[in-house]
Design a protein around this ligand. Structure first.
Ligand SMILES: NC(=O)c1ccc[n+]([C@@H]2O[C@H](COP(=O)([O-])OP(=O)(O)OC[C@H]3O[C@@H](n4cnc5c(N)ncnc54)[C@H](O)[C@@H]3O)[C@@H](O)[C@H]2O)c1
Length: 293
């Protein structure tokens, strides 16, 4: 039996790219879709496309960095569909990569506000709605492979995506007693407009003083090329359905990246081995590990 039929998903950044692909995939499963996005024109187009496919849609213009926007979309979702069962925290942005000493604090703040605080505010507003009907549900947080391995010259983006993976792990345990499954989606490159994130940068996050950094340009172009050669977002949308059906916590879309995760866990394991052999730590070696369930 279809688990999703007539249930409702709220998807941030759902007007295009990965968010829209997830909306299509969940719509195909029979869900009602609430799209939230900062881009009003794209949002209208997305709504029309989904409606043409027979999916019940509510489209709400929003900025994920504002709790008031989340309160509004939550209220409208309940008014239209009665209940909410799924939150997809997808809206995210990438700033131009660059070396540490070229850190631009406006960039950091923007990336943290959208990619990290946007997810926190989304959870605060929507999780109580999923808890309140007692039928259980899902939260999918769109992280990245950057949440699994530090990406050089992309400290801000990496920091937020590692945080999204960490929060997903915490919330998965915390919400399991409410029958709410939490997953962290960790794609590598997907063919979207993420490299053009500045198109939606809010006025207060703009840096009018900023001059383009010529040294950063080649790397930025490299990132653009990788994104343009990325996998189709539709595959990611379908993969989310497949992985939710299997109750996966980490949703991967690029199997070749497995060795990246393996190298990281091998390095951590070796570091623990060195700690185990350190005479300084002999007294605490036999302590019980801290586990959460
Ligand atoms: N494309 C990739 O290669 C890739 C890889 C890994 C992870 N991701 C993640 O996937 C998610 C979706 O990105 P995408 O690749 O589809 O990019 P995209 O730029 O095509 O889509 C992002 C969507 O978010 C919306 N958005 C941006 N700021 C917003 C805000 N403040 N409030 C509400 N909506 C806002 C945009 O209007 C757009 O519709 C992001 O979290 C991104 O970090 C993308």
């Amino acid at each position: 039996m279809n688990n999703y039929k007539n249930k409702t998903a709220v998807i941030s950044g759902g007007a295009e790219g990965i968010g829209f692909a997830i909306a299509q995939a969940m719509g195909e499963q029979g869900m009602n879709i609430v799209l939230g996005d900062i881009d009003a024109a794209q949002l209208k187009e997305a709504q029309a496309k989904l409606e043409a496919q027979g999916v019940p849609v509510l489209a709400v213009e929003m900025d994920v960095t504002l709790p008031s926007s989340w309160a509004n979309i939550a209220e409208q979702a309940i008014e239209r569909f009665g209940k909410v069962h799924m939150l997809v925290n997808n809206a995210g942005v990438a700033s131009a990569p660059g070396p540490i000493e070229a850190t631009n604090h406006k960039d950091w703040q923007w990336v943290i506000d959208v990619n990290l605080k946007g997810v926190v505010f989304g959870a605060e507003a929507i999780v109580p709605l999923i808890k309140q009907h007692g039928e259980g549900g899902w939260m999918v947080n769109v992280a990245s492979m950057a949440g699994m391995i530090g990406v050089p010259y992309a400290g801000a983006y990496t920091a937020t995506k590692v945080a999204v993976v960490g929060m997903s792990e915490s919330w998965n345990v915390e919400l399991s007693k409410h029958n709410i499954h939490v997953a962290a989606l960790c794609p590598a490159f997907v063919k979207t407009r993420i490299h053009l994130s500045h198109r939606n940068r809010q006025e207060e996050h703009r840096d009018l003083e900023r001059k383009p950094d010529p040294k950063a340009a080649p790397k930025h172009n490299a990132a653009q090329e990788l994104v343009e050669n990325g996998i189709a977002p539709e595959i990611v949308g379908q993969r989310v359905v497949e992985a939710l059906n299997a109750k996966e916590l980490y949703i991967f879309t690029h199997p070749a990246q497995r060795q990246v995760a393996q190298q990281r866990s091998a390095a951590i394991d070796q570091a623990f081995e060195r700690a185990e052999n350190s005479p300084l730590l002999a007294d605490v070696k036999e302590q019980d590990p801290i586990t959460f369930s």
